[in-house]
Every structure is written in C-alpha cells, then in structure tokens.
Design a protein around this ligand. Structure first.
Ligand code: VTB
Length: 334
C-alpha cells in the first residue's frame, strides 16, 4: 500500500491482480448498453451506446492504455480510435483491442451471437492492424503444429484435420462467414466431405468456437473477416490454446500505405498467434444477444443479468462470470 492509500501492484502483475476483474466490468457495461438496442433495427445507436459505455469504464482503469484495435482510424474521429490513450494514464503501459459491439447487425436484428469484447496486453505486444480484411484459419488445442495451413487448399486442410482427429472428413464441421467471396472455399470444404456451418456475422466468437468442438460442434474456422476481429480472436486463442494463421488483405496501394504507417513491413506476412499477441494477455467477452458461447443480457425487474467469459494467457485460466446487477445507476441507461 502506498502512502496515498492506493494499492500498488508491480507492473508485470497488473494484468493478473487488477485487470482480470476490471476487464469484466468493461465488457459488462458495453453489453448492457448495447442490449438496450436489441431488436430495434438501429445498428449505429447500438454500437454508439456500447462504445460510450466501454470508453467510460476503460477510462477508470489504473493504466496507461493505448487503443491498438479500435473503432476506426484517427481521421474518422470516432471514440476509441486506434492510437487513443485511455485509462488514468498513471499505471503500466497496456495495449487494448476493443470491439464494443461485435455483431452490430446481430444486435439490431435480435439474432444470436452479438458480444461486447476487449483484449488487453502489455504495452507494445498486440499487432497494430489496420481496419482491412484478413484471411484466417483457426483450430482448437490438442493438434500437432501446422496440421492445417492458411495457404493449403481447403480440401487438404479438412483431410489433414480429420486424420489428426482420427475421424472421417464427414465428421468435421467448418464455420465460415456467409459471404459470396467464400463460395469456392465452401465448395472445397464440402468436396472434402465436411459440413459447413454458416454465420452471418461475428467471427471473433466464430474462431473461439473451435476451442471446444464437443460443445460447439465446430472443428475449424475458415475465411476472410475483419482484421481487428482477427487480433481479438488471436488473443482469446492465446489464452485457451489452439492454432490460428492470418494474413492481412492489402490489395490496394492505399491499404498497403495505411498498413506501413502502422508499422507493417511485410504486407504478405503470415501471422501466427504469437505474432499478433506477443506477450501475456487478457481477453473478455460479454454476451449481448444469446449465443452458443454466452447468454445474452437479460433485463428483469430491478435486476440485469449478464454472462461474461474472461481468460488469461499466462495461466490459461478461463472464468465464466454470471452476474446479477442490482445497482443499476452504474449503467447510465437513462
Ligand atoms: C466479420 C465479422 C463481423 O464483419 O469480421 C465481418 O466478424 C467481415 O466483414 O461481425 P464483411 O461484413 O464486410 O464481410 C462483421 O460481420 C461486421 O463487423
């Protein structure tokens, strides 16, 4: 305890000691704020509510945080922009990746799987990715290294994965975003004999599904989604185990120069998890609408219920936190 009455914690312990609970508050607040807009058909308002709530909570944390994955780049001037300094600015340096409402459409349409999510890591250890597309492949823990590869054809990845799992390809299910750009990929997976589960949005949760096939029914995530979502998903897999490879889609000069400004030297680099999340990290997600992974926010008389998962990479601890909130003023809902 320091003489000003504050508990002082060595900086390398801060992720463990303080933030693993504080990060839960951050995603809870964002989820509740967004959930008020569930099914209202207003994506912008839902997202804005989540951003405001998340920013308010992040600014209370005893950290010198920098948003490295955020709501957009500086010239778009959103809140939680990439590069924004956040927190009390007195604590340790922390990199922060946010997606205050992952699946804005899911929330606006009241469809399953919208989440509020944050990852935090020691300063300078998260990939500063521009807001572009990213090719991704991910599988859960327990497989030999390199059993699947981002650059291998889908059929081959399915066959290799099935062999490693000791099952027929017919027993493999791949999760893929339902987009026209994935037509060939989907055809390839089906040609190998595997099943495809399509999602309309939400590939952070999609990637996390691969970590627990017995419960989710998902063995592999494939396809092109947002790069920011890729870094968040990599943080989660770093905590719970699994393999993921990604590559930024930098298909124009403008995107390559934006990436270069963010420190990306090789525009074709194939990123492994450890390239995207280099050190110890925390990941948290709170359900907004009910999904396979998390329950959604429930508004009951005088009580708001939330469900959150929080993970820590150094220990591999995964905590599921179901909360009943009774002091509702903290949500600033009026
Ligand atoms: C994914 C998904 C998001 O965007 O990243 C996807 O995780 C990719 O972009 O929830 P397109 O919609 O342009 O294909 C979302 O669906 C929305 O941010």
């Amino acid at each position: 305890m320091s003489n000003d009455g504050h508990v002082s914690v060595q900086s390398h312990l801060v992720l463990e000691r303080i933030l693993s609970m504080e990060i839960v508050r951050v995603t809870e607040r964002a989820a509740v704020a967004a959930a008020r807009w569930t099914g209202r058909g207003n994506e912008k308002a839902a997202d804005q509510a989540a951003v405001d709530a998340m920013r308010r909570e992040l600014n209370k944390l005893p950290i010198d945080g920098t948003v490295v994955i955020g709501e957009g780049e500086l010239d778009e001037a959103p809140m939680l922009f990439i590069g924004e300094r956040i927190g009390s600015k007195k604590g340790p340096k922390v990199d922060i990746a946010v997606d205050p409402l992952e699946g804005t459409t899911l929330c606006a349409k009241n469809m399953p799987g919208a989440i509020a999510t944050v990852a935090m890591a020691e300063g300078g250890t998260l990939l500063n990715a521009p807001d572009v597309y990213m090719e991704k492949i991910a599988i859960g823990p327990g497989y030999p290294k390199s059993v699947v590869d981002l650059d291998a054809p889908a059929e081959q990845n399915i066959r290799n994965l099935a062999k490693a799992k000791d099952v027929e390809p017919a027993e493999i299910t791949a999760l893929i975003l339902d987009r026209p750009r994935h037509a060939d990929l989907i055809a390839g997976v089906r040609k190998a004999g595997a099943a495809v589960q399509l999602i309309t949005d939400g590939d952070v949760a999609g990637v996390i599904h691969t970590a627990d096939p017995p419960n989710t029914g998902i063995d592999i995530y494939l396809g092109i989604g947002g790069a920011p979502d890729g870094v968040l998903a990599a943080a989660a897999l770093r905590c719970i185990g699994g393999q993921m490879q990604c590559r930024l889609v930098l298909d124009t000069e403008e995107k390559r120069s934006r990436a270069a400004k963010m420190g990306i030297k090789d525009p074709r680099k194939k990123y492994e998890i450890a390239d995207m999340v280099k050190g110890d990290c925390l990941f948290a997600a709170t359900g907004v609408t009910a999904g396979a992974m998390l329950k959604g926010v429930r508004f009951r008389k005088d009580v708001i219920e939330t469900e959150t998962v929080v993970m820590r990479s150094i220990t591999g601890t995964v905590r599921w936190i179901r909360a009943e909130h009774r002091e509702l003023a903290k949500f600033h809902l009026d």
